[in-house]
Design a protein around this ligand. Structure first.
Ligand code: GDP
Ligand code: MG
Length: 441
């Protein structure tokens, strides 16, 4: 129920607000941390500016210094920036055979990642995958994929010497259709540096295959360079996501932020080693912690915020215990119920409340009613909400009319308010560690 408390919590914890100086001082250190993590300079600068505007004036949590508070704000902003609008682990592979194109510089980990993803699709989604190497540049590149395929039990397109990448892509497409594959993956050649020929080759392959996903594989240990690579590939080929490899190393992964900020492309996976299982879907929270390198401060602030929340819950419980349960409280409860999947969902979470939920439901209480009930409360004046005893006939009529409902609807709400008030009182009496406290966690 913590969200429900957050309104109260904001009001009561405003011990002081972050001043511009507080923020500036703290951000100076954050800036160093970002640069040390290999976030590119323009991205770091832009990011700091954004956070500065956002943080100034924000409330400081009790027992936390302004600097610590800023770190937490930065952390949350990082998570926010790193979070894309697609589910990172969900590859678009409907309409079989679905082509997936892998692009990137030489040595970035394309071939390894191709095999890792093929293994994932096979094992987790039960897909039949065909892998094809289009790398005609590097000797033994095709054999490398073939060996990996054998190792993970995924088919590879038979190698035909002397074919060009476009011809191989066409053959892969035909073979995937004929062979009844769900997915075919095209592992392209890379260069040490980006050049026109490489880009042209990838573009030609793209035009033939029309990939559902074009994944750019980038070495997570590279900083500034990664941004240029990503921009170039995205401009010329168009990518649908980024895979960051070598995140098992000691790099701090600033490339993730740079790439996301500059290209706007979602990061989808991270590579965590050479083994075929060493891949995970991208988790913004984890990378944010790594980039910032101030995990202990972040968790310190989180703890302090939790403590304050618990204190607020306790205060609220004491009020309920004394029978102080007004319409504002009820409104908060109703809103929380909406979030938690209705009456049954919420009551189900409180031990011993299942039966009560059923009774309430049998009494004609469903989730659409919650919306109407909130509307009723909104039609009340501040005074009425704080003291529902004021509600006599004429006021009732006004409120019902104001929310487009009948007085009988309002009476039902008032009855429920009384019942819940009684219930809160009882739960409160069960004392510390009782149900209400538990339910508020
Ligand atoms: P490609 O040239 O882009 O196809 O790169 P490869 O897939 O051949 O990978 C180059 C090297 O990097 C190989 O030795 C891989 O085992 C290694 N590699 C790839 N991904 C990772 C990773 O996530 N972590 C580590 N430590 N090594 C990786
Ligand atoms: Mg390769």
């Amino acid at each position: 129920l913590s969200e429900r408390l957050s309104g109260v919590f904001d009001r009561l914890t405003k011990q002081g607000a972050l001043s511009e100086d507080d923020v500036k001082t703290a951000l100076r250190e954050v800036r160093v941390a970002l640069l040390e993590a290999d976030v590119s300079l323009p991205v770091a600068r832009e990011f700091i500016k954004k956070v500065q505007d956002q943080a100034t004036g924000q409330a400081v949590t009790k027992s936390i210094t302004p600097g610590q508070q800023v770190v937490k704000i930065v952390h949350d902003a990082l998570v926010d920036t790193l979070t894309g609008d697609v589910d990172p682990g969900e590859l678009k592979i409907d309409n079989p055979p679905a082509p997936i194109l892998m692009v990137g510089l030489q040595g970035s980990g394309k071939t390894t990642t191709t095999a890792k993803l093929a293994k994932r699709l096979k094992e987790r989604e039960n897909k039949r995958v065909l892998m094809a190497s289009l790398d005609v540049n590097r000797p033994a590149a095709m054999e490398q994929l073939e060996i990996l395929g054998r190792q993970i039990g995924v088919d590879t397109l038979p190698i035909v010497k002397g074919e060009d990448p476009v011809a191989i892509a066409k053959r892969a497409k035909t073979q995937a259709a004929l062979g009844g594959y769900d997915v075919y993956m095209l592992d392209t050649a890379g260069r040490l540096h980006i050049d026109q020929e490489l880009i042209q080759q990838a573009a030609d392959v793209r035009d033939v295959a029309n990939p559902r996903e074009t994944l750019l594989v980038v070495d997570g240990l590279t900083g500034q360079d990664a941004v240029n690579v990503a921009t170039e590939f995205d401009d010329k080929i168009g990518v649908s996501g980024v895979v960051l490899t070598r995140m098992d190393g000691d790099g701090r992964g600033g490339a993730a932020l740079s790439m996301r900020a500059v290209t706007g492309k979602p990061i989808r996976f991270v590579g965590l080693g050479e083994k075929m299982d060493a891949i995970e879907t991208f988790e913004p929270d984890r990378i944010a912690g790594r980039i910032l390198g101030m995990g202990d401060i972040v968790s310190l602030v989180e703890k302090a915020q939790e403590t304050i929340e618990a204190e607020q819950a306790e205060k609220m419980m004491k009020r309920f215990q004394k029978g102080q349960f007004n319409m504002n409280d009820l409104k908060m409860q109703l809103e929380q119920m909406q979030k938690m999947g209705g009456m049954e969902g919420m009551m189900g979470m409180m031990p011993g409340m299942g039966k009560m939920a059923k009774q309430v439901q049998d009494a004609g209480f469903d989730d659409k009613i919650i919306v109407r009930q909130i509307a009723l409360i909104q039609s009340m004046t501040k005074k009425e909400r704080a003291n529902p005893k004021l509600l006599q006939a004429s006021r009732k009529k006004r409120i019902a009319k104001g929310s487009g409902q009948e007085v009988s609807d309002l009476n039902k709400l008032l009855k429920m308010h009384r019942q819940m008030g009684d219930m809160m009182k009882k739960m409160g009496k069960m004392g510390k560690g009782g149900m209400l406290k538990q339910a508020m966690k």
